[in-house]
Ligand binder design. Structure first.
Ligand code: 87F
Length: 700
């Protein structure tokens, strides 16, 4: 058996689940970083650096730590208990671990039959569910949980040393050193003094910076906050309760509002026959590469492959044709909450661009264009409210240009958001007036009051789990998630700061407080875990974005007060327990409003009025959207797209199709809110008389 096969056989024999991803050969941790995104080697905290070392005395060690860790060789030697460790020469690689350069990982222990090498693992890695290690060759990475890695090493006769560096570094990742505490007693308590079994080690903070390394920052924020877990199919992610409950908040609000408009819930099958899907060739044409097909059951080929819905027009409208006969059957207003699949090839990003996503899709049929047109705007305003009132994300409402509208429809309206950190516009949700196109195609006809045949006017509208990603990208910071109170799964976290024998009394007082807040309708939780320090907990709930933290220590209790800390700006205030309920209610609302205001301010500084072409690319390069007078002609829209790309690329920057980071700017929308446009104002690019103001941006 080949070595690698032996390794996989061993892992299988031990019942250790693994996933293996192929990639180009990676010789350094940096090489691994460069393929991590496309191969889904996530989370970043599970990517490893492995060092094969030799001590002065000649002992061999393999040390595994996080890819991003900075290593102090002197300290490492000390922790290994072996003086003056250096990188071991290649000859040891071949003879002891039997792997080539760049392929050292703890998996190589299986080759070290003479037990010449000691394996050591950084304690910080031990809480990882997914570590990525080359399986004896550096053209692949295999996932394994930290616990299973230890199990494997023990099974091959190399029980690892776990090295704890937490006492050595007083860095920013040292949570216990981080929080600034209220009273002296509390301060000691936060450090965990006087407690048994306290978690001494530190909680890893987010290592990437939002302003320097946005992609890794985002991935750390959503994994550390426990919103997302990765999955072994590219573009598919697990929505954990921390993010799913935000989706539930959105659902509750939106579903309640659409029901007020007379929309009914329903559920249609997720499969669509080829015949039905292709009934409307024009609309599907551009999208067909993204349609996923089921072609087999077990080992036998299906006679007629079936598609998984990318959207449900072709599934629902044949039923509409059956159900709509008379004007009395109208309006028909249906909505379903479901998943859809679009097999995209651009770089996937959790929430933002995924191959399967959750959404609601509303499909309605009306007897008049006016009734349909009114609904299009009513729904669009609900989408605006989800973004602005729930997620504290400002959006621009507007109409898509002919080029950017849904091809199957009459016109498309949209809410457009903007991510300042990447300077990109992003479509928030769309509400389409489909006109009578689908009605004609699917033969949806009814008899009006006078007995003559009519085709109804239709709308369709959708909002997806992308909403959550936009909210994260806008509000989260270098400490982690920042949640708007209205959607936060936990709005207030109570942390009893116990000291010596005060635990029982303090915890029971804190429980009382929690009960009173809960009774007042506040989403509150308490963290009484005794194996973590208060400092660790502060950091933990900060990363999860909980809007308000209440610290309750013995001194606070004496003074009948509680210390309130706001996640948004880390500001602190002592609040008398007697007024805590109304105070928190007010604070949660204030935070909600401040978050929207802050985002709106940023949004407006990032919107630049551009009157002529020469100012266009510089505005985009300055991280802005451009609002321009425009002739609204498709050829000029194309020209602007092309030229903005050429100018950027000729300035020496490369476009990465795969990561969907496009240099070209496109129209986001024709905002409903149109500034004055004096007659004769020239279009910024064609010089022809402008018809309207248009918002442009580089996009996701
Ligand atoms: C991908 C594959 C196949 C978008 C697709 O916006 C078809 C499509 O029809 C497709 N991607 N669309 C347009 C969806 C239009 C519309 N459907 C109802 C919405 C909102 C909800």
């Amino acid at each position: 058996m080949e070595k690698q096969e032996m390794l996989f056989a061993k892992l299988k024999e031990l019942g250790i689940p693994t996933v293996t991803k192929e990639h180009k050969q990676c010789f350094t941790a940096e090489d691994v970083e460069s393929v991590a995104e496309e191969c889904g080697l996530q989370p970043a905290s599970g990517r490893c650096k492995n060092m094969f070392l030799k001590s002065k005395k000649g002992d061999l060690f393999c040390f595994t730590t996080q890819s991003a860790s900075k290593i102090d060789m002197k300290l490492l030697s000390k922790k290994l208990g072996a003086p003056e460790c250096r990188f071991a020469g290649d000859e040891y690689l071949a003879s002891v671990l039997q792997v080539i350069k760049g392929s050292v990982t703890p998996f190589a222990a299986i080759n070290d039959t003479e037990n010449k090498c000691t394996f050591a693992i950084d304690k910080d890695l031990m809480k990882e569910q997914t570590l990525w290690l080359h399986p004896l060759h550096n053209d692949k990475s295999t996932s394994i949980s930290a616990d299973n890695l230890v199990k494997f090493l023990e099974a091959v006769g190399h029980p690892p040393k776990i090295l704890d560096f937490s006492d050595a570094e007083a860095s920013s990742s040292d949570a216990a050193a981080k929080p600034k505490q209220a009273g002296g007693a509390d301060k000691k308590a936060a450090k965990g003094e006087g407690q048994k079994d306290v978690q001494k080690e530190t909680l890893l903070s987010i290592t990437a910076k939002k302003e320097e390394d946005f992609a890794n920052w985002y991935s750390e924020v959503i994994t550390r906050s426990d919103m997302i877990d990765y999955y072994d199919i590219s573009g598919c992610y697990i929505l954990k309760p921390w993010s799913f409950s935000i989706w539930e908040q959105i659902q509750t609000f939106l579903d309640g509002e659409i029901k007020k408009l007379g929309v009914q819930g329903c559920y249609f099958p997720m499969f669509v026959s080829q015949k039905a899907l292709e009934a409307e060739k024009d609309h599907i044409e551009g999208f067909s590469p993204e349609v996923a097909w089921v072609t087999k059951s077990g080992q036998s080929e299906l006679e007629n492959p079936i598609a998984v819905r990318p959207t449900s027009e072709t599934i629902m409208y044949p039923a509409f044709a059956k159900w709509i006969r008379s004007h009395r059957d109208l309006p028909l207003k249906l909505n379903q909450w479901c998943n859809v699949v679009r097999w995209e090839f651009k770089n996937p990003t959790p929430f933002i661009r995924t191959r399967e996503f959750l959404w609601q899709e509303g499909h309605t049929a009306h007897s008049s264009l006016e009734s349909a047109a009114t609904e299009v705007l009513d729904i669009l305003d609900l989408y605006r409210r989800v973004y602005e009132e729930l997620l504290a994300v400002p959006v621009v409402k507007g109409k898509k240009t002919e080029t950017e509208k849904f091809a199957g429809g009459f016109y498309t309206t949209t809410v457009e958001a903007f991510i300042p950190a990447t300077a990109r516009g992003i479509q928030g949700a769309t509400s389409h007036n489909l006109g009578q196109n689908f009605g004609k195609m699917f033969k949806i006809e009814y008899e009006d009051e006078k007995g003559s045949k009519q085709i109804p006017w239709q709308n369709s509208w959708g909002m997806t789990t992308r909403t959550i990603g936009v909210m994260v990208m806008i509000h989260a910071d270098n400490q982690g998630l920042v949640l708007p109170p209205r959607v936060a799964p936990v709005q207030v976290i109570v942390i009893p700061v116990v000291y010596k024998d005060s635990a029982a009394e303090l915890n029971s007082k804190a429980e009382e407080l929690v009960e009173s807040l809960r009774a007042a309708g506040i989403r509150v939780d308490i963290d009484t875990r005794s194996n973590y320090t208060a400092g660790w907990k502060y950091n933990h709930w900060e990363q999860k974005g909980v809007p308000i933290r209440l610290e309750l220590g013995p001194k606070d209790l004496e003074k009948k007060q509680v210390r309130m800390v706001r996640r948004l700006d880390n500001s602190k205030e002592d609040v008398p327990l007697s007024v805590i309920v109304p105070k928190l209610k007010l604070e949660l609302e204030l935070i909600q409003h401040k978050m929207l205001q802050r985002a709106k301010d940023e949004h407006s500084t990032r919107t630049r009025t551009v009157m002529k072409w020469e100012e266009f690319v510089p505005a985009l390069d300055a991280g802005c959207m451009a609002l321009t007078p425009f002739c609204d002609e498709a050829e000029w829209e194309e020209t602007a797209k092309k030229r903005s790309k050429e100018e950027k690329l000729s300035a020496g920057e490369t476009e990465d199709e795969r990561t969907a980071v496009s240099a070209a700017a496109k129209t986001l929308c024709i905002p409903f809110d149109q500034p004055d446009l004096p007659a004769g104002t020239p279009c910024f690019i064609s010089g022809k008389p402008a018809k309207c103001w248009v918002l442009w941006g580089r996009t996701y």
